[in-house]
Design a protein around this ligand. Structure first.
Ligand code: ADP
Ligand code: MG
Length: 694
């Protein structure tokens, strides 16, 4: 391998290249064809070609602006070369009489065929043409292509590129050899189908993508297996509390809720940590499943932490749990950042002394000052909003000495056995299958794929904001029928517009209060003190407030079945997940529900696409799938993103088939050929930081 000078290395580091093998995987963005010469006569407008000839004229012109204009002549004609920026050295290179090769896009210019800013170098009969397409790499300032190319070539020659997968497997999976594939991508032969390369559809690309996906699957599945070697309390279904809650509920669980509950019950009764992602569309009834899981932990004498990312959502859960659990003799304790210091201390005390079996709250739950006596289960709502580090912090709170806890319940010897709490993660936004299969492959996944019965589908309307007065009539009609309505004003947190937007909500509240003197119009926004916010939400819940004007604080978790109309202002500014979440706040009762999306024109292309999707789809999984296509996985992954290695080459939408094959093979390799799995991971993951379960 060539020695890389420190200056160059620092540039390479910027590109994420730390090792020689990283150079091998630094694949071209595109190619230039310097393998042949085109006659000036044969140039086609819009096509990039290489020509060769003699400079017969060279001149700096000042009109319309300073530029260097040269004429290059071959046996067929004359081509104009134009440079708007140029160095004296270029001027010298393009002096009259020089033999030049110029590579650029031909176009019809004022004087005839021309190239603007072509790449030029000295030509001549005895100068050999390139044998392969010239790769153009992603690079950074101060690292020219030829330098990068030199080191990549050196790495290709010096690195061990032998296959990590046995030939029999490659044959079965119809995959090309690895060395052949990378070499081809760095130096494709001239006759190759360039479009296939650029679209990453070529078999060589297929191999690289497969390897990347396989490495991701292997590392996720190893995490999965390792988890099953760690120890957690066995929380057996003792059925002392759960049947009592089930009996008290005004409804029966849906088939889908029963199915996921079974999965969770089984996980909890194993002596290894559960890490299960509970998915279900908005309104599918995840909370009651979580409550039943909590009861199973409590039945075994263990504590539960129930965490949500926002105060409003956490409080909703708290109130619901109070309602459900108090009759069973269980008193949830509330812990959030907004509590006064004294209240916080009192709550922490109850948790530490084991006086409470379930603590509900926000991030405050995993602060250092909070010690659980014997934490057995952590429930996290809207898991995508929490970072891996935060989840880890809670996991570590469960590491305690069983001797001190309820060893008699779990039948473990009261020694210094370390325990880890089980984790149930809920996702308010459905996660598309391919995303779940790739970035969540370390978790178990349960899906509630059915809504409770008796819900009527929500009708969605798109209405231009200049017709908002018409919407007032709908609001009045709904409220006159003893229904309630939301009027949502977007509030993009941390934006410069926040104050303006808040003002909008306040003004809208005023406008609506004037329009409906006979109705009680409330206002809720994030700046209200928590107690005031809670009072307003409670008044809305009890029906005292008919119309609630709110910023997006109500995005998640608000549950008022009597509300049947939702109006969303500036729907064009909102993301799909957010719109879907908001819309899911209505349609919770038996009444016909409607969601009006007010938009202002002109619409950006993205906004138009989003509105069309939300208008045409009601199924959260389908919406999430569209969202994945619009935005890519990074955004959907939220905080988890920082914990897992993102895919550089494969695209989980386009390469869904490869992903499935990689998933299957990963499990097979780990079972039957651990050496092969190890070698493959070594190649692909050797230097990747792994925060996932650090
Ligand atoms: P999400 O999955 O969006 O968190 P929730 O847990 O808030 O949904 O449930 C939405 C509403 O449906 C709540 O009012 C809840 O009490 C109710 N619910 C849950 N399960 C059922 C069921 N099986 N039958 C009828 N209503 C249900
Ligand atoms: Mg919920």
């Amino acid at each position: 391998m060539l020695k890389i000078p420190p200056v160059t290395q620092s540039k390479l580091t910027k590109l994420g290249i730390h090792t020689p093998f990283d150079l091998v995987l630094h694949l071209p963005l595109r190619y230039e064809d310097e393998t042949s010469i085109t006659r000036v006569d044969d140039l086609v407008t819009g096509e990039t070609s290489q020509v060769e000839g003699e400079i017969i004229h060279s001149e700096v012109m000042y009109r319309p602006r300073r530029s260097l204009i040269c004429q290059l002549q071959d046996e067929s004609g004359i081509l104009f070369l134009r440079y708007l920026n140029f160095y004296p050295s270029q001027q010298k290179q393009l002096a009259v009489g020089k033999k030049i090769r110029a590579l650029g896009e031909a176009r019809e210019g004022y004087f005839g065929m021309e190239m603007v800013h072509p790449k030029c170098h000295a030509g001549g009969e005895n100068k050999a043409l390139k044998q392969a397409l010239t790769p153009i790499y992603p690079t950074t300032a101060g690292l020219p292509q030829p330098t990068l190319r030199k080191y990549i070539l050196a790495a290709l020659n010096s690195e061990q590129l032998s296959d990590t997968l046995p030939a029999s497997l490659l044959k079965k999976l119809k995959l090309r050899a690895f060395d052949e594939s990378v070499k081809l991508l760095h130096n494709p032969p001239p006759q190759i189908d360039e479009a296939e390369l650029l679209e990453r559809a070529h078999p060589a690309w297929r191999r690289i993508k497969f390897d990347e996906l396989l490495a991701q699957q292997l590392s996720m599945r190893i995490h999965y297996q390792k988890r099953h070697e760690r120890i957690s309390p066995q929380l057996l279904p003792r059925e002392t509390l759960t049947p009592r809650l089930l009996q008290a509920l005004p409804f029966a669980l849906t088939r889908a809720q029963q199915k996921v509950l079974q999965e969770i019950k089984l996980d909890l009764s194993r002596p290894h940590p559960m890490q299960r992602l509970l998915q279900g569309d908005v309104g599918s009834g995840k909370t009651v499943v979580a409550a039943l899981a909590a009861l199973q932990a409590i039945e075994n004498g263990y504590q539960v932490a129930f965490m949500a990312p926002t105060e409003i959502l956490a409080e909703q859960h708290y109130l619901k749990l109070l309602d459900w659990l108090t009759p069973l003799g269980i008193t949830p304790v509330w812990l959030s950042g907004s509590l006064k210091k004294k209240e916080k201390t009192a709550a922490a005390e109850k948790i530490a002394q084991g006086e409470t079996q379930i603590a509900v709250g926000t991030h405050a739950l995993f602060q250092n000052s909070v010690e659980f006596q014997n934490l057995g289960l952590v429930i996290v709502d809207e898991q995508q909003k929490f970072g891996v580090q935060q989840r880890l912090a809670l996991r570590n709170k469960g590491v305690f000495d069983v001797g001190r806890a309820s060893a008699r319940h779990v039948g473990l010897k009261p020694d210094l056995q370390k325990n880890e709490p089980h984790q149930l993660m809920m996702s308010a936004t459905p996660i598309p299958r391919t995303l779940a299969m790739s970035y969540y492959a370390d978790l178990d996944v349960s899906v509630i794929d059915e809504l409770p019965p008796g819900r009527t589908p929500i009708v969605t309307k798109l209405i231009n904001d200049n017709r908002r007065e018409e919407v007032f009539e709908r609001v009045r009609a709904a409220c006159l029928q003893q229904r309630q309505a939301y009027w949502v004003c977007p509030l993009i947190e941390e934006s410069d517009l926040m104050e303006v937007e808040l003002q909008n909500a306040i003004e809208t509240h005023q406008q609506l209060s004037e329009a409906f003197p006979d109705l009680n119009v409330g206002l809720a926004h994030g700046r209200l003190p928590p107690t005031e916010k809670a009072a307003i939400m409670a008044a809305f819940k009890s029906g005292e407030i008919h119309l609630l004007v709110a910023t997006t604080v109500i995005e998640v978790g608000v549950d008022v079945p009597n509300a049947s109309l939702m109006v969303i202002e500036h729907a064009e500014r909102m993301g799909l997940a957010q719109l879907h979440q908001l819309r899911g706040r209505v349609g919770r009762g038996a009444a016909e529900s409607m969601c009006v999306l007010l938009f202002q024109t002109p619409l950006s292309e993205l906004a138009r696409a989003r509105l069309k999707i939300i208008f045409e789809n009601t199924d959260g999984f389908e919406i999430a799938q569209h969202d994945l296509q619009l935005r890519g996985p990074g955004e959907l992954l939220g905080a988890r993103q920082s914990g897992v290695a993102m895919l550089r080459f494969a695209d989980i939408n386009e390469d869904a088939k490869l992903l499935e094959a990689a998933r299957t093979l990963a499990d097979e390799l780990l079972r039957d050929m651990p050496d092969v799995a190890q070698a493959h991971l070594q190649r692909w993951m050797a230097n990747k930081p792994d925060f996932l379960h650090a």
